[in-house]
Design a binder for this molecule. Structure first.
Ligand code: KG4
Ligand code: ZN
Length: 357
């Protein structure tokens, strides 16, 4: 079964051809980092314009590299949310038009579900129940997955996403965008015990995350210690490297301690760690150690599948198409699309805490 995946939810225009949901025949990703780096973050209007310029050549490139004609495709899968509305609409409109013109099955995919499926290419099959930590620029969630396609959110961030924290801290230290890879590189040369940051604990003991306080603590440390943010002319000081290492270690500890706690309760057979932040070597190492303590395997996507890509969307879409799921021609983008279809507790949670649900 050959499925074309289309992904344009944020700042990557991506297309991929995937065979039988587990073999990448081609995967093309056009990153917009160059466009957005001078602003220190993604500018939505610029992102959608660039998607518009790139969607046709990128999709054609994916088909050419796969040596597959449009007619040979068995279906088209496209990200419908969550993400930036202008960006999502480019992919959704393109995929709908193509599916309509070719009379091929079309299926909309939740971007976060795509990240969960990103581990299916280079790992043994996921055994269920599974526990998935999805850590990206926009999301930090722990999903309990009792069987394929069933999701319960068991942990979530109460404020910033983990990747967002990396990006914001990098910005305030005068480092570039995206912050995660830059902080990771500096952290390798720094002392992670140099600055002590507390791991936020939830008053109600829920297995949630919070990163905005940590960002404020880094800001306060910079102000009080007189540490100079990095300028273009000078290489980062050892103080900046120590701070980067200490910040990264705190984020990693917070993610892993909570995941381990939840795993001990839910007894998953597989741990999944995916999303842009899953590129982080320190997070991978700490997750492996936690998985070893729990006695379960942990699967990561390879780094090029950790950040946004269309292969993961095609993989998730293949499962849906195989199950007979079809999107109709009124398929639309949904900026706030959630991934949760069992034991939804949102209404209950909103009574107690201000979540960014
Ligand atoms: O999954 P992704 O490409 O896009 C979203 O869906 O958000 O994730 C991008 C995020 C950015 O915040 C970036 O700083 C972070 O992933 N990231 C990293 C690393 N590489 C990317 N964070 C920590 N360490 C890394 N090596
Ligand atoms: Zn993503």
């Amino acid at each position: 079964m050959l499925v074309l995946g289309i992904e344009t939810s944020c700042d990557e225009t991506a297309a991929a051809v995937v065979r039988d949901g587990c073999e990448i025949v081609s995967s093309v990703i056009a990153s917009q980092i160059k466009t957005h780096e001078r602003f220190g973050g993604v500018v939505p209007e610029l992102a959608s314009r660039e998607h518009l310029d790139k969607i046709v050549p990128i999709a054609e490139e994916a088909l050419t590299r796969a040596n597959v004609t449009r007619e040979e495709l068995d279906g088209i899968a496209v990200t419908i949310g969550p993400g930036l509305i202008g960006s999502l609409l480019v992919g959704v409109s393109y995929a709908k038009a193509m599916a309509y013109a070719l009379n091929k099955p079309l299926v909309g995919v939740n971007h976060i579900e795509g990240h969960i499926y990103s581990v299916c290419f280079e790992n043994p099959p996921v055994e269920h129940p599974a526990l998935a930590l999805i850590v990206s620029g926009g999301h930090t969630n722990l999903f309990f997955v009792p069987q394929p396609g069933k999701y319960k959110v068991v942990g979530r961030t109460r404020d910033d996403a983990a990747g967002e924290a990396f990006d914001k801290v990098a910005k305030l230290l005068g480092l570039g965008y995206p912050g995660g890879p830059i902080i990771e590189k500096l952290a390798r040369e720094g002392n992670s015990r140099a600055v002590r940051f507390a791991i936020p604990r939830m008053g109600d003991h829920r297995p949630d995350f919070s990163f905005s306080g940590l960002k404020t603590a880094v800001q306060k440390y910079v102000r009080e210690s007189g540490l100079q943010p990095v300028s273009n002319v000078e290489p980062p000081s050892s103080g900046i490297k120590d701070l980067a290492a200490s910040f990264q270690a705190t984020v990693v500890r917070s993610l892993v301690i909570t995941t381990e706690k939840v795993a001990a309760k839910y007894h998953p057979k597989t741990l999944i760690v995916a999303g842009g932040v899953a590129c982080n070597g320190a997070l991978r190492e700490a997750s492996r150690e936690a998985a070893a303590r729990l006695g379960v395997p942990v699967y990561f996507p390879s780094p090029h599948l950790s950040t946004d890509n269309a292969a993961m969307i095609a993989a998730a879409g293949t499962v849906k198409l195989r199950a007979g799921e079809r999107s109709s021609w009124d398929l639309n983008a949904d900026v706030m699309l959630r991934l949760q279809n069992i034991d939804v507790e949102d209404a209950e949670l909103r009574k107690h805490v201000r979540y960014r649900l």
